[in-house]
Design a binder for this molecule. Structure first.
Ligand code: SP5
Ligand code: ZN
Length: 341
């Protein structure tokens, strides 16, 4: 399997994450990629290719124009205020306020466009985020001639909604890839999200639509980030009713339990019969992940890939989360090798 990867992801390199009331080094860090690349080479998964030049206007099929403009100017607007740290919002249009007004002031705008403030914006964040889109678009292009491909995206994307960033995500890479495939003639796309966290952004983007089915297996939002979306009763609206499916699972879920949901979602893929299958692939379901609570073991990831491969549908794997840095390469490549077996 070929991997698409941009070394320029390092342009996004925030030094702070607000976690447990402290500013710590972000869990989502550039070294994650080094470990994955090393394992891809060591186990000879296939060639690693740089992204080709891409028309980025397709992002407006997914994201709001004003939101993109905000991301482009956020860092310079922030530094103009002479703040000493990275850009982190402190105020939101919460339930007791007016959520429709977009302030002029950068602190106001951060609150308007941010859904979770563990995600600091710093110099180069937007440039790094654009690299991730180039990676996923190049991979989507190549899916024409390959039956599977790995978009090694960083930063991740599935928490980014039409007009909000957070959860380490700025642009919704997998949603943009889905739009690209539809533009190229696909009629139906299935997005299966196996990251530990609910893909709230992807769900929101396609919630009213029947041409993109979204299914997600994740930590119950009662207990897990992003807390405010990802419940079982969210099934889509209008045209989209019946094309959104959530599998929230409890603290301590083992592979035996988790994989029942995978089997069920695979049946849904068969029924939907899409032209392409897009996997939001996080390996933060791993037992030793520092911010998650499932109990999947490294060997279980082979089985995940194997099961997905039985569908025999062109499959685009898109990297999302995974924060057990030492094992992230092994776990990621286990899924991809399992698929190739
Ligand atoms: C792409 C992705 O995986 N994003 C995840 C973002 C999660 N951010 C906040 C998580 C807060 C978890 N707090 C748990 C502390 C456990 N010691
Ligand atoms: Zn995650």
């Amino acid at each position: 399997m070929k991997t698409i990867y941009s070394k320029n992801h390092v342009l996004h390199n925030s030094l702070t994450e607000l976690s447990g009331g402290k500013l710590v080094k972000p869990y989502e860090c550039p070294e994650r990629m080094d470990h994955i690349l090393k394992e891809i080479s060591r186990r000879e998964l296939g060639s690693i290719l740089a992204p080709t030049s891409q028309d980025l206007n397709i992002i407006y099929k997914v994201h709001d124009k004003q939101y993109v403009k905000f991301l482009e100017s956020a860092w310079s607007e922030w530094t103009k205020e002479n703040f000493k740290g990275e850009a982190i919002p402190t105020v939101w249009p919460s339930r007791s306020m007016n959520s429709k007004n977009i302030p002029n002031n950068i602190e106001g705008k951060l609150g308007y466009y941010c859904l979770a403030n563990e995600t600091s914006i710093s110099e180069g964040t937007i440039e790094g985020a654009y690299e991730s889109i180039k990676v996923v678009l190049t991979a989507a292009d190549m899916l024409e001639n390959e039956n599977s491909i790995f978009a090694l995206c960083r930063p991740p994307g599935h928490h980014a909604s039409t007009d909000q960033y957070g959860g380490y995500c700025f642009f919704n890479n997998i949603a943009i890839a889905a739009e690209k495939l539809l533009e190229k003639g696909a009629k139906k796309i299935f997005i299966l999200d196996i990251d530990f966290h609910h893909g709230n952004g992807t769900q929101e983007i396609f919630y009213k639509r029947s041409d993109v089915f979204f299914a997600s297996i994740h930590g119950n939002p009662n207990d897990a980030f992003p807390h405010f979306l990802g419940y079982k009763n969210e099934k889509g609206i209008h045209e989209g009713l019946g094309f959104n499916l959530n599998y929230p699972l409890p603290i301590g879920t083992s592979y035996a339990e988790w994989t029942k949901c995978l089997d069920d979602s695979i049946n849904k893929v068969k029924i939907f019969n899409p032209d392409a299958l897009l996997i939001s692939m996080g390996v933060d379901t791993f037992e030793n992940d520092p911010i998650s609570f499932f109990k999947l073991k490294s060997d279980d990831f082979f089985d995940v890939g194997r099961k997905i491969s039985h569908l025999k549908i062109p499959t685009l794997f898109v990297m999302e989360g995974g924060y057990a840095i030492k094992e992230i390469g092994k776990n990621t490549v286990n899924i991809l090798k399992g698929f190739e077996e």
